[in-house]
Design a protein around this ligand. Structure first.
Ligand SMILES: Cc1cc2nc3c(=O)[nH]c(=O)nc-3n(C[C@H](O)[C@H](O)[C@H](O)COP(=O)(O)OP(=O)(O)OC[C@H]3O[C@@H](n4cnc5c(N)ncnc54)[C@H](O)[C@@H]3O)c2cc1C
Length: 420
C-alpha cells in the first residue's frame, strides 16, 4: 500500500456524525495541530438533529465530563443536563431494591440529557473545528491501491482513509462488508416510548432510574427513565416489538411504578451491539463506536465508548498510520472492553435465567443486607464498573457465595412446597 508522506495533508472521510464520528473529527484536528500535521477531514451525516434523532435514553455515565474535557478539549455542556441520577431501583417480578454508589464519599452521578441536544452540540463543535460537514447519505465505497472512494446520494469523494462511525446502519455495514472483511456486530432490538403523565408525577420519580428484569426470556431488560417533563420507557431483547413493550407496561412490576392512566402514542425502534464487529479495522479503514461494537456487552456507556474510540482512532491514524497493522493498536487501547466481553455475556446469561426462574428474588433479598452484593448490582446496572470486577466482587467472597447458594436453595424448596 502506498504510504502518505507526513508532509502531505492526510485526507480523512468520516461516515456518521454521532458521538463517535464527531469525537474522531474533533480529535483529528486537535491532534494534527499538536503534531504539526495537516489533515483535511470531511464528515457525512444525513440526519438533521432536532428533526431526526439517534435512539438513546441519553444517560451519560461517569467519567463523561473528564472524557469530553481531556479527549475533545470541550468543557462539558452542563446546560444539557436534565437530571443528575442519584440511584437506581432494580425490580424483579416480586422484589425491588434501591441501589446507589457507596464506593466513595462523593460519588459522581450519571447525567440524564436529551440525546439530540448532545449530538447537535458535538456536531456544532466539529464545524467550529474547521471540518467540512456534508449533509448527505453515504451509499457505497471502493478501495483502490492508494485511496478510498465514497459515494453519496449527491456525489463522490476521495481520501486516504475512511472512518466508519455509522452506528448499526445496515446499508453501510453491508457496503463495507462487501469491500473488506468487516462484519457488523450482533445486536439486540430496542423499543422506546415517551410517556407524559404530567410534571407532578414525573417529579415524584425523583432522580432515580427504574431498571427491570422481567420474568420472560424475550425481554433482557427494561427501564423507566425520568426526563424533565416525561418518562422514557425502554425494553431490549432479541426480537422485541411494540406489542412486547405494551405487555411490559401492563405487567404488575411496571404498573407498581407507573400507576396512573397514560397513553402510549409513538414508539421508536433501535438496536444496540452486544459484541465487537469482525475485522473492525483494516488497510485504509477503521470503524468506531457502535459500528465497531466496542461496547459494554449487555448495557451502558455507549456514548462514553463512542467518544473514546473516536479519539483513539484519530490518534492511531495520525501517530501510527493507516495500514491494518498500524490501526490494530485500537485492540490494545480497548483491551479492557474486549477482555470484558465474556464476563458481560456471563452476566447477561445469569440475569436472564435467574430472573426467568425467579432466582433473582433471593439475590435481591441477600443484597438487602449485604453491602458488597448491593455495590456489585449497582456497578452492573449503572455501568460504573466492568463486568469482570462486578463478578469478581461476588466470587471473591466465599461467605457471599454460600449465602447466595443457601438463599437460592431455600427459594427452590419454597417453590416445591404444595400450595395451601
Ligand atoms: C434505546 C437505546 C438506548 C440507549 N441509551 C443509552 C444511554 O442512556 N447512555 C449511553 O451511553 N448509551 C446509550 N445507548 C447506546 C448509544 O446510543 C450508542 O452506543 C451511541 O449512540 C453510539 O454512538 P455512535 O456515534 O457510534 O453511533 P450513532 O449514535 O448511531 O451515530 C451514527 C450516525 O451515523 C449516521 N449515519 C449512519 N449511516 C449513515 C450514512 N450512510 N450516511 C451518513 N450518515 C450516516 C447516523 O445518522 C448517525 O447520526 C442506547 C442505545 C439504544 C438503542
Amino acid at each position: 500500500m502506498k504510504a502518505t508522506a507526513a508532509s502531505e495533508p492526510l485526507r480523512v472521510l468520516i461516515v456518521g456524525g454521532g458521538p463517535a464520528g464527531s469525537s474522531c473529527a474533533i480529535s483529528l484536528v486537535r491532534l494534527a495541530a499538536k503534531l504539526g500535521r495537516t489533515v483535511n477531514v470531511t464528515l457525512f451525516e444525513h440526519k438533521t438533529f432536532g428533526t431526526h434523532y439517534n435512539q438513546c435514553m441519553g444517560v451519560l455515565s461517569p467519567p463523561i465530563v473528564q472524557l469530553m474535557e481531556e479527549y475533545l478539549g470541550l468543557p462539558f455542556p452542563r446546560e444539557l443536563v436534565l437530571r443528575e441520577i442519584e440511584g437506581y431501583w432494580l425490580h424483579t417480578e416480586n422484589r425491588s431494591i434501591y441501589l446507589s454508589d457507596t464506593s466513595s464519599e462523593h460519588p459522581e452521578p450519571s447525567l440524564a440529557t436529551r440525546r439530540v441536544y448532545l449530538d447537535g452540540f458535538l456536531l456544532s463543535k466539529v464545524q467550529t473545528a474547521g471540518v467540512e460537514v456534508v449533509v448527505d447519505r453515504v451509499v457505497d465505497m471502493e478501495f483502490t491501491g492508494d485511496s478510498v472512494q465514497l459515494y453519496t446520494e449527491g456525489g463522490s469523494y476521495e481520501a486516504d482513509v475512511l472512518v466508519g462511525a455509522f452506528g448499526l446502519d445496515r446499508t453501510m455495514g453491508e457496503a463495507l462488508g462487501r469491500r473488506t472483511g468487516y462484519r457488523a456486530p450482533d445486536f439486540l432490538d430496542t423499543v422506546v416510548t415517551k410517556i407524559h403523565p404530567g410534571l407532578e408525577i414525573v417529579n415524584s420519580f425523583g432522580n432515580r432510574i427504574h431498571a427491570f428484569l422481567p420474568k420472560r426470556l424475550d425481554i433482557e431488560f427494561a427501564a423507566l427513565v425520568p426526563k424533565r417533563n416525561h418518562i422514557t420507557a425502554l425494553i431490549a431483547g432479541r426480537k422485541v416489538t411494540s406489542g412486547t413493550l405494551l405487555e411490559f407496561l401492563k405487567s404488575p412490576s411496571c404498573s407498581a411504578v407507573l400507576n396512573f392512566p397514560y397513553e402510549v402514542q409513538k414508539v421508536f425502534k433501535g438496536n444496540f451491539p452486544i459484541c465487537p464487529a469482525k475485522n473492525f479495522y483494516g488497510d485504509r479503514y477503521i470503524t468506531v463506536g457502535d459500528s465497531a461494537g466496542l461496547v459494554r456487552p449487555f448495557k451502558g456507556k455507549g456514548i462514553n465508548i463512542a467518544i473514546s474510540s473516536g479519539y483513539y482512532a484519530a490518534r492511531n491514524i495520525l501517530e501510527r498510520g493507516i495500514t491494518r497493522e498500524a490501526l490494530s493498536q485500537i485492540e490494545v487501547d480497548f483491551a479492557e472492553q474486549i477482555g470484558d466481553l465474556w464476563y458481560g455475556r456471563a452476566a447477561r446469561w445469569l440475569a436472564r435465567y435467574l430472573s426467568f426462574f425467579s432466582f433473582f428474588d433471593p439475590v435481591i433479598e441477600v443484597a438487602g443486607h449485604n453491602e458488597n452484593l448491593r455495590q456489585a448490582l449497582f456497578d452492573s446496572v449503572s455501568a460504573h464498573n466492568t463486568y469482570r470486577s462486578v463478578l469478581g466482587r461476588v466470587t471473591s467472597s466465599p461467605r457471599l457465595i454460600l449465602e447466595l447458594t443457601g438463599a437460592v436453595g431455600l427459594s427452590l424448596l419454597r417453590g416445591k412446597q404444595p400450595r395451601a
